[in-house]
Design a protein around this ligand. Structure first.
Ligand SMILES: NC(=O)c1ccc[n+]([C@@H]2O[C@H](COP(=O)([O-])OP(=O)(O)OC[C@H]3O[C@@H](n4cnc5c(N)ncnc54)[C@H](OP(=O)(O)O)[C@@H]3O)[C@@H](O)[C@H]2O)c1
Length: 243
């Protein structure tokens, strides 16, 4: 898909990986809507940066742990941009919790933000693209843990298992108009507040002996959007961590 004059919605597009993806799509000529929850200032900065490059941009506040009405969010984006071609589900939370320390609150919040919101956004997006009779792409940002669950970050990991399954199910359900793929990042950006020494040590233990960069995720997103024949795929960008 050529990105010029296409419209993309990137969740969590104000900071970190979501921000890199939003800015990169605009560099390819796409108009970009982003969602943010608490990062109002960074969201404004992304909108200003994209607008300065000549593309349209707007930010929409939504707390995915509370908002059940994803169709309304998509309607707001459509009211502003007219149509949508691309949905990137990047927003997520990543909080600790092992099998015996995971609380119901931790479980419910992870599932609302990381899985329920992407599903219902995809549903609203799918209805729009199919009704319009055009082509579309959904790119879900998953995690290699979604294929090889461990014992840490239990609720988070299970949401990513769901994201991987959802990617395949929606790839079938939304074909042929919409391609649905996912990216499984590895060690790209350490979680905020992570101990630098442990991150460096972990990176050295990976098969490719280093951590990745947001640019590597961006390249994967652009590849998936460029392809007309890849759907239901999970693209690992992990330096071999998942092996
Ligand atoms: N970083 C990595 O190395 C890595 C590795 C594996 C997988 N991933 C996946 O890649 C994606 C992006 O990761 P990241 O590290 O860039 O994420 P992050 O820094 O943890 O950012 C989380 C994003 O989710 C949004 N968010 C959090 N709570 C929300 C809520 N209640 N409602 C709506 N939005 C909410 C945040 O918005 P606000 O800031 O506006 O609140 C923010 O944009 C995630 O899906 C993550 O699981 C990342």
């Amino acid at each position: 898909m050529q990105l010029k004059n296409k419209v993309a919605l990137v969740t969590g597009g104000a900071v970190r990986l979501g921000r890199s993806i939003a800015v990169a799509l605009a560099r390819q000529g796409a108009d970009v809507a982003i969602t943010y929850n608490s990062s109002a200032g960074p969201a404004e900065a992304v909108v200003a940066e994209i607008a300065a490059s000549g593309c349209r941009a707007a930010a929409f506040q939504a707390d995915f742990s509370l908002t059940s009405d994803m169709a309304r969010l998509v309607d707001e984006v459509l009211a502003r941009f007219g149509h949508l071609d691309i949905l990137v589900n990047s927003a997520a939370i990543f909080e600790r919790g092992e099998w015996d320390t995971t609380t119901e609150e931790n479980w419910d919040r992870h599932f609302a933000i990381n899985l329920k919101a992407p599903f219902f956004l995809s549903q609203a997006f799918g209805r729009h693209v199919k009704a319009r009779g055009t082509r579309g792409h959904i790119v879900n940002i998953a995690d290699w843990r979604g294929v090889r669950p461990g014992t840490d970050h239990m609720a988070y990991t299970l949401t990513k298992v769901g994201v991987v399954g959802m990617t395949k199910g929606l790839a079938l359900a939304l074909a042929p108009e919409i391609q649905v793929n996912a990216i499984a990042p590895g060690l790209i950006l350490p979680p905020p507040g992570a101990n630098e020494t442990s991150v460096v040590r972990k990176a050295a233990e990976l098969p490719l002996a280093r951590s990745g960069s947001p640019e590597e995720i961006v390249k994967a997103v652009l590849y998936l959007l460029d392809s007309d024949f890849v759907t239901g795929e999970l693209l690992y960008v992990t330096g071999g961590e998942h092996l």
